[in-house]
Design a protein around this ligand. Structure first.
Ligand SMILES: *Cc1c(COP(=O)(O)O)cnc(C)c1O
Length: 358
């Protein structure tokens, strides 16, 4: 029995992808072994790996002068790794619009001079600060944003213009949710477990000229330049997660790519936000111009109903709706793999709950 899983991450995967992985689990493509049991340097896996990279490049129209890395360590590792590679001995500017940006500036601050250029490290986070209010430092080696804040539910609707300074963005929870002009960024990174595949894989998309910044003294595993030179195989990469990501990329292409996904995601988000806005019982804390289309936090008029809401929604097959403790209330994560039917089921449940308790 599959439920509608609103988890923020690790999150629901497309059922067709899980079925395909199940069918191939014991015998991948007539090889008599699972893809997990193949050498990462053997032809079978290399073909899977290359196909995945090509499909990701097609989906996001990643320009040739960008390298794509398949790494480990999660987005959290990238907070410091980006600083080590791009700003050794220097400084970088951070725009903080939620808890992940707060972690990013703190981790980078262990390595470099990480400055708060806009936003706040204290919350509550309910909006994206207007670009003309950012205080950028002329000597910053990069500017860092969190394109979608998974906990606060705050998303950039545009790519901020920061001039010639490379824009570095954490896209863990919004990558592949819609088309993106990659050339507006120097570096994009994303943990896989929200919108790509299983935990354990981290995608890095980096403009190749920035690879020259990686200091020779960096440990090889942490060097973007070394990882790019070695095709993300300086050591054993997370092969099964890489394979699963490849299945998700194919699934996205089969469904019309990111334009089609954006249309579906916009419709899903509108369904939920319109319902919340029309209700006197539920509330969205986020400014309408910055509301995440992937993570929708909402509160109930009376928090004493929270426990009942969670119990009854779970019993109705709608799971993992509990909001993050820092925001309270509920959060519905509606990534690519969440079908429109799941959001409709949630809205129906919420309407019925309001009728009973409102
Ligand atoms: C989940 C998440 C992270 C942390 O990812 P890990 O893979 O656990 O390190 C960082 N940033 C954002 C925006 C996230 O959603």
């Amino acid at each position: 029995m599959r439920v509608f899983n609103f988890s923020a991450g690790p999150a629901a995967l497309p059922v067709e992808v899980l079925e395909q992985a199940r069918d191939q689990l014991l015998d991948f493509s007539g090889t008599g072994a699972s893809i997990m049991e193949h050498s990462h340097r053997g032809g079978t896996f290399v073909e899977v790996a290359e196909r995945a990279e090509k499909d990701l490049r097609d989906l996001l129209a990643i320009p040739e002068d960008y390298a794509v890395l398949f790494l480990q360590g999660g987005a959290t590792s990238q907070f410091a790794t980006a600083a080590m590679n791009l700003a050794a001995g220097g400084s970088a500017d951070f725009v903080v619009t939620g808890s992940w940006g707060k972690k990013a500036i703190a981790e980078a601050g262990r390595i470099i001079d990480a400055r708060l250029a806009a936003g706040t490290t204290e919350g509550p986070w309910t909006d994206v600060p207007a670009r003309d209010g950012w205080t950028l430092n002329p000597d910053a080696r990069f500017v860092h944003t969190t394109h979608n804040e998974t906990i606060a539910g705050v998303e950039y609707y545009d790519t901020p213009d920061v001039g010639d300074v490379p824009l570095v963005s954490d896209m863990s929870s919004c990558i592949l949710s819609r088309p993106l002009d990659v050339s507006g960024f120097g570096l994009i990174y994303a943990g896989a477990q929200k919108n790509i595949g299983p935990a354990g894989l981290t995608i890095v998309i980096i403009r190749r000229d920035l690879l020259d910044r990686s200091p020779d003294s960096l440990p090889s595993m942490l060097s973007y330049r070394v990882q790019a030179d070695k095709g993300s195989m300086f050591n054993t990469p997370p092969t099964f997660a890489w394979y699963m990501a490849g299945l998700v990329f194919q699934w996205l292409k089969d469904r019309g790519g990111l334009e089609a996904m954006a249309e579906r995601n916009d419709a899903k988000a509108a369904l939920l936000y319109d319902f919340i806005d029309a209700s006197g019982f539920y509330q969205s804390p986020v400014a309408p111009g910055a509301r995440s289309r992937m993570n929708v936090p909402f509160t109930l008029a009376d928090a004493s109903h929270d426990a009942t809401f969670l119990e009854e929604s779970a019993a109705a097959g709608l799971i993992n709706l509990k909001g993050h403790r820092s925001v309270g209330g509920m959060r519905a994560s509606i990534y690519n793999a969440m079908p429109t039917a799941g959001v409709k089921a949630l809205v129906d449940f919420m309407a019925e709950f309001e009728r009973k308790h409102g």
